[in-house]
Design a protein around this ligand. Structure first.
Ligand SMILES: [Zn+2]
Ligand SMILES: [Zn+2]
Length: 265
């Protein structure tokens, strides 16, 4: 199983960092996680065929996590002409269904056609208690602390027991520990420059501290300010965390390997 960073940036995408988007590729069909500006283009750069995606997990409805849903749906709709009907399952917070309905109102018939069936699963408390099977993984959503936004982190565990956790956007919260405990890979946001300046986000230092506390094997820092220096980010997170550590870059691919192996490197 491997984690592909489509977009390592935040709401200020530039030539190097697109907004939030990720793919988890393993035994089953690739899974798309968030779909911010640039994600659709980055799928092609990462060699992920859009048609092969059967499931999308949305952490929350801030535009830097959902802006590329329209071009993706448009392309899939066009491809149904050649490839036949397609079903796509989309998971996310309450409001996702309304969000899509409004997109359909704007863009139908270009993205809403009978041949493309999108099933929307809004996550509620009953769904948080149990894992959801998807793409060869069990997926566990955990409610994160992102101010007034309803936001989820997701933990993906494959049949071999390898686990990758993704925080989406979050401020400092014990929910991060619940999400990431013992995971082989933690993809964690590190937007804020200084502790306390953006309470709905984390600094790289805080990301490293949570990763160390959660006992994860590897870390990718994402949702980064476009001008942040990678060396500085790694230094900050590396003060507390001693495992495999990556500053997210668009196109970065990281294997989800057993925690014990990753810490030996
Ligand atoms: Zn956000
Ligand atoms: Zn964001």
């Amino acid at each position: 199983m491997e984690w592909i960073v489509l977009g390592s940036g935040n709401h200020k995408p530039n030539g190097e960092r697109g907004s939030s988007g990720h793919v988890l590729r393993g035994e089953g069909p690739p899974v798309l996680i968030d779909c911010g500006a640039g994600s659709f283009h980055a799928l092609d750069l990462a060699g992920v065929e859009p048609w092969s995606i059967e499931t999308i997990w949305i952490t929350h409805l801030h535009p830097d996590h959902v802006a590329d849903l329209v071009p993706l749906l448009f392309r899939l709709r066009v491809e149904t002409k050649a490839c036949g009907p397609k079903t796509l399952a989309m998971y996310g917070p309450r409001g996702l269904e309304r969000h899509l309905r409004m997109l359909y109102d704007l863009h139908a018939p270009h993205i809403a056609v009978p041949e493309l069936t999108v099933t929307v699963h809004e996550l509620d408390e009953s769904r948080l208690a149990r894992a959801i099977e998807c793409g060869g993984c069990d997926v566990r959503p955990v409610r994160m602390d992102h101010g007034t936004m309803v936001a989820f982190g997701y933990r993906f565990t494959n049949a071999a027991g390898r686990a990758a956790a993704y925080t989406g956007d979050t401020g400092p919260s014990d929910a991060i520990l619940e999400l990431a405990a013992g995971a082989d890979l933690l993809v964690i946001e590190a937007t804020a420059r200084e502790r306390g300046t953006l309470p709905q986000h984390l600094t790289a230092t805080e990301a490293g501290e949570f990763a160390a506390k959660a006992g994860v094997g590897g870390v990718i820092l994402v949702h980064l300010e476009p001008d942040r220096d990678e060396k500085e980010l790694l230094e900050e997170a590396g003060r507390a965390f001693g495992g495999r550590l990556f500053a997210g870059r668009d196109g970065l691919v990281v294997s989800v390997v057993p925690t014990q192996d990753s810490t030996k490197e």
